[in-house]
Design a protein around this ligand. Sequence first.
Ligand code: FES
Length: 322
Amino acid sequence: MVEQRELRVTQMTLEADGVLSLRLCRPEGDKPLPAWDPGAHIDVYVKDGTTRQYSLCGDPRDLSSWQIAVLREPDGRGGSAFIHDEVRVGDRLLVTRPKQSFALEDAPYHALVAGGVGITPIMAFAEHLAREGRPFRLVYGGRTERSMAFRQRLGTLGDRVTLLAEDRDGRPDLDEVVKELPDGGLIYVCGPLALLRATQSAAEAVHGPDQDLVRFELFSRTGVEPKESAPLDGDSYELVLARSGHTLRMKPDANILETVLALGIEVENDCRDGICGSCVTAVLSGTVDHQDLVLTRKEQAAMDRMMICCSKPVSDRLELDL
Ligand code: FES
């Protein structure tokens, strides 16, 4: 069961053109909210019962409220329009607990790159690193200055932050960001797919095609071409669910998550698209063709976990810890 709670909207602030931040508190305000780490997001239930994911961008030490920021997306499915146009201070929103699929790994240096509303998890990283006195640089790009949220708040981080309005300053120089990355440093990106691709290309150009330096978060698979699937030898494979004692013969294209849910086994899931990380499942044996956009290359190569909503085995037997 997905853990849900109803929270009251206690504050709404227009942070930039089209970007509204919401502060959410327990209706009674009695107990603290669950703790979260920078990079975490919550799912917010919108009018039609579907969910939208929003990164938490407040201060994780303050458990009296959570803060999210919502970009109005005129061509979206209606979730952001609902929040902008219908939700008001005092209303209640149904949300999940914080989920973490974009965690800050330990590194001697972090280069943070944000585009548009992708600043929300990146700002939480920057403020965390600043509190810890650890070195980082944040490059934040937006179409215009007025479209860039939290400019004043980011200003308190001093010259570690570079704000670039595209119509005035041009696009971020990602080659420079990548070149100045010291050994062991990591790059965190959140924003449009084009920004992620440009950062990955810059990292590959400087550090080689096998670099594993870029960590990213996407809220949509739009524009991502599916990775070519590795073919399975044979027309079926054996799926073993070790804890529940099931052994099944599976067609290569059958969806593992749907199969498991149909057996009554509870697995957390949200996006069913390989981008949220909630269906991550431990692999006890077998080789996987990873199709998710959550695990790093190293994590995928380790073959010890998989997103069962989108990935499949390439071995004739797959044993999962379910
Ligand atoms: S349900 Fe989101 S990654 Fe599987």
